[in-house]
Design a protein around this ligand. Structure first.
Ligand SMILES: Cc1ncc(COP(=O)(O)O)c(C=O)c1O
Length: 396
């Protein structure tokens, strides 16, 4: 018999995954080319060629017992040092391998962070709409997720609402930038506003409120003038949860890292805690081959212009037929207002046209739906008529 807690998880299991599986089912009936699956953020842009080359070179050149062996639970020191130097070059910091812990993607990293910092009943704030998996990650360690709304329309954090939600039990605030599901990028003024507020509240309450900056989409930004602020420059008690799942199209390889600053309170305890959490959560260490691959590909990039072209096609069509949504500046999602308040019913209606979309409720924001446009341009082109039919159904 499974646990009571797991029974609840099974019954409320991920809507996104359910949609993804629905897509597989519909593809068998109608043919994959006639199913428009916008449900999951599985990148369609290929990883850079440097990844394949690095895998082959490492397997051919490096000591196999090193490549496939155990290492320090926090990861290979040379890989962590290479990542630290790369961050220093980009953001003018002074990190070393001691500031980096290799993780099993961003999901692994967030779980390691929460395992390290949360006591039961501690509160973790997230801004809605938010990546629904945060519910599970916080609950895993007995924490309570507190949902703070953003300004509707711009989806930027509402600092007054954030301040009102902070209590002596607030342990962390998750900031996901660029954002899933809205595609919004928080600029420097927003990040500074959050950092200043949390500095003041930590002092007032005599507590340490961490920022957990969840950044798998950092490199996916569509305008070179838009800068994603680097949280460690604004707040000493911040963790960056980084991942190569989207930035190098490697989601199945499960590789990422946590970065944290030298100025963080209780630095040594935190560093040791993260390493131990990695081990006792059962990850033991991030995948060894992929760590070594990443160290050789730190300046590699995917072709973001492919996502930008997708965004423009879909955004322009949807807004031309009466849908409302913020124009995404990053990530590869559109968060669109549903044409009826019941977003679950709307997503069900979309399925009639073989359109798979995720209801906003999955992100704590009913009345909307999310489209993951990391799919082929041709598929999006073909889907436009289906969106038009869907809109017409609700305009009647
Ligand atoms: C906001 C956000 N955080 C974390 C993750 C998990 O990423 P990873 O595959 O690197 O674990 C995702 C994946 O979609 C995400 O969108």
């Amino acid at each position: 018999m499974i646990s009571e807690k797991m029974k609840k998880s099974v019954s409320g299991s991920s809507v996104i995954r359910a949609m993804f599986e629905e897509g597989t089912k519909l593809s068998k009936i109608y043919g994959a080319e006639n199913v428009f699956d916008f449900s999951i953020g599985n990148p369609n842009v290929e990883p850079p060629a440097s990844i394949k080359k690095a895998i082959i070179d490492i397997v051919n050149e490096e000591n196999p017992n090193k490549v496939h062996g155990y290492m320090n639970n926090s990861g290979y020191e040379d890989v962590r040092e290479a990542i630290a130097q790369n961050i220093n070059k980009k953001h003018g910091l002074d990190l070393t391998f001691k500031n980096i812990v290799m993780t099993v993607g961003a999901a692994g990293g967030l779980n390691v962070i929460f395992k390290t910092i949360l006591n039961p009943e501690d509160e973790v704030i997230t801004f809605s709409p938010f990546f629904g998996e945060y519910r599970g990650y916080v609950d895993n360690f007995g924490g309570k997720l507190v949902i703070v709304p953003t300004h509707m329309g711009t989806f930027e954090p509402d600092l007054a609402a954030l301040e009102a939600a902070i209590t002596p039990k607030t342990k962390a605030v998750i900031v996901n930038n660029p954002n899933n599901p809205t595609g919004v990028v928080y600029k420097e003024a927003v990040i500074k506003g959050i950092a200043d507020l949390l500095t003041r509240k930590s002092e007032e309450l005599g507590t340490c409120i961490y920022i957990v900056s969840d950044e798998p989409y950092r490199e996916l930004v569509y305008d070179e003038h838009i800068k994603v602020p680097y949280m460690l420059k604004y707040y000493k008690n911040a963790f960056i949860g980084y991942s190569y799942s989207k930035s190098l199209s490697l989601p199945g390889e499960r590789i990422g890292y946590i970065a944290f600053s030298n100025d963080m309170d209780d630095f040594e305890d935190v560093a040791q805690g993260l390493g131990i959490a990695t081990r006792i959560l059962g990850y033991v260490n991030a995948p060894s081959l992929m760590q070594r691959v990443i160290a050789r590909c730190l300046d590699s990039e995917v072709d973001v212009s492919i996502y930008k072209k997708n965004r423009d096609l879909l955004y322009n069509h949807l807004t031309s037929i009466g849908f409302e949504c913020a124009k995404p500046e990053g990530a590869f999602y559109l968060f669109v207002k549903a044409l009826i308040p019941d977003d679950t019913a709307f997503a069900a209606a979309a399925k009639k046209y073989n359109l798979l979309v995720v209801p906003g409720s999955a992100f704590g924001c009913p009345g909307y739906f999310r489209l993951a446009y990391c799919t082929s341009f041709e598929k999006i082109e073909k889907s436009l008529a289906a969106f038009t039919k869907l809109a017409e159904e609700f305009k009647k």
